[in-house]
Structures are given as C-alpha cells and as structure tokens.
Design a protein around this ligand. Structure first.
Ligand SMILES: Nc1ncnc2c1ncn2[C@@H]1O[C@H](COP(=O)(O)OP(=O)(O)OP(=O)(O)O)[C@@H](O)[C@H]1O
Ligand SMILES: [Mg+2]
Length: 263
C-alpha cells in the first residue's frame, strides 16, 4: 500500500455548543476510493469543508502529501491539488457546457494568485484543449453547445465533477455526487465518474447515501455518526457492522425494498 496522501489527526469542529465533527483520525493512501456514509447532520460535509479549507477546524491537523494544510485558505488548498464538488452543482447556468469547462480549465491553469485568475484568458489554447479532453472523458461532448441551465440533472452533475477535475487535482472530494439522480441513472453516472477518475489515478472520497452505490464503487467506507467516525473498513465489513446498520444504513432488506436509500 502506498504512503498516505491525506492524514487527518484528531480533527474537530465546534459551532457554539454543537460538535459537528470530533475525534476524527483517518489516513488515506494515494489512489484509494473511499465512500463516506452517515445520516443527515452526521458531519460528512463538515469533514470535507475542513479538508478543503472552507471551514477552519477547532481542533486537530490535516496533512496533504506530507504538508500541513490545516486551515490554509481554500484557494491555496485547491492550488496544492485538492479539488471538490458541492452538494449542489456549482456551474454557470447562462454559459454553455463548453464555456463552463473552458472557464474551469482556465482557472485550473491560472497562476496560483488572485490576480492570476483575473488575467487568465478563458480561451487559451491550453484551456480549450483541456476542456475538450474533459468533455470526452465525462462523455458529455454531445452537450457541448447546450446552455448549462437546460441540462438534465445527470449531465449537470457530470459537468460539475468534470469541472472539478480541471487543473489536475490529485485528491477529489465529492459531496453527494448522485444526489437528485434517479435510482436507475445513479449507477451509470458513477460508472462514468469513477472510470474517469481511475484513468487519472485520482484519490477520491465521495459522500453517498445509497448503500448499493457504496458497495459497487468504494474500496473503503468511513461511517459517520454524530460528528465522528464509528466504523472504517472494507465495504462489506463496514456495512455489516451492527452499529452502522442500527445508526445509518438499516438492515439490507430495507434498502432492497427502496425505503432506506436516504436515511
Ligand atoms: N455553518 C454552520 N453553523 C452551525 N452549524 C452547522 C454549520 N454547518 C453545519 N452545521 C451543523 O453541523 C452538523 C453537521 O452538519 P453537516 O452538514 O456536516 O452534515 P452532513 O453529514 O453533511 O448532512 P447531510 O447528509 O444532510 O448533508 C449538523 O448538525 C449541522 O446542522
Ligand atoms: Mg452534507
């Protein structure tokens, strides 16, 4: 197993009297695909927000590729190689798919300063080439000239995740990549996303409520409950853990009949 790309030590986040995250110690090897599960409010997004610098931890440390990134500004963390998607797609609705991807590629290639972003032309040869490659990789080239506002939800998600890949990150954090996608479409969407990430050798953490998707795509599962990790291991073992079944996923039968998909 390779050395950790991400190491989180005793991480915690308090909002007033609420511990949104506490006692989180996790080490992730490069190129691992990690699923993150937990009920609503369990602290999954808070965990991601601290890694990406969108929230400052109250306690603990975060190391990326051996460097301490605890509470660095989010822009600097992105420039170092950590990218993310949000629960709600962050795209420009009034631009076309291609224009969105060019913008992401241009920002991804910009010198890592604010003024660099402002000065970077959106249509440099390099960013156009990268945008084209990413459209192909995420299988959305047929939508190239569609306005982002008019896209079906699945294509919008692929665009959003493709944009997060601009700038060649080495760690990608996906916050509910299949939210709002029908059960029938989820598997295909994840197939496209995961093969794209695999081809780029990217380490990925993805938050997911559907246990079938977790079993299908995660190599390892972190189970969150009440701000902390209550189980961490291979999917089959973690999902069979009695505490995980009681507190998060419910018995297998429930998800099989479709009542436990979003706990
Ligand atoms: N900025 C904030 N200020 C105050 N409380 C917050 C803030 N952000 C999150 N919380 C609280 O922290 C807890 C964890 O929230 P978080 O968004 O991390 O949960 P989650 O596991 O991502 O849930 P979901 O599955 O609904 O997305 C919740 O109780 C939430 O209300
Ligand atoms: Mg969340």
């Amino acid at each position: 197993m390779s050395s950790p790309i991400l190491s989180v030590q005793d991480l915690g986040k308090r909002f007033g009297s609420l511990f949104a995250a506490r006692d989180i110690t996790v080490s992730i090897p490069a190129q691992q695909t990690v699923g993150v599960i937990g009920a609503n409010g369990a602290g999954k997004t808070t965990f991601i927000n601290m890694i990406t610098g969108h929230l400052r931890p109250t306690k603990g440390t975060i190391h990326f590729e051996g460097r301490d990134i605890t509470a660095l500004p989010s822009r600097q963390i992105k420039a170092m190689g950590i990218s993310r998607s949000f629960q709600v797609a962050q795209i420009f609705p009034s631009l076309t798919v291609f224009e969105n991807m060019c913008a992401a590629a241009a920002i991804g290639r910009a010198p890592k300063t604010l003024i660099g972003h402002v000065r970077t032309p959106l249509r440099s040869q390099e960013s156009v080439a990268e945008a084209k490659t990413l459209l192909e990789l995420f299988q959305i080239a047929p939508y190239r000239d569609s306005l982002a506002a008019t896209l079906p939800q699945g294509i919008r998600k692929l665009l959003d995740i493709g944009m997060a890949l601009a700038g060649a990150p080495r760690l990608l954090l996906l916050d509910e990549p299949t939210s709002g996608i029908s059960i029938e479409e989820k598997f295909d969407l994840m197939q496209i996303v995961m093969s794209a990430l695999l081809s780029r050798k990217i380490t990925v953490l993805f938050v997911e409520h559907d246990m079938d998707i977790i079993e299908g795509f995660a190599e390892r599962v972190l189970a969150f409950y009440d701000g902390t990790v209550i189980a961490d291991g291979m999917p089959a073992a973690t999902l069979a853990d009695p505490r995980v079944q009681t507190l998060i996923s419910g018995p297998k039968l429930r998800s099989a009949v479709g009542t436990g998909a979003h706990v």
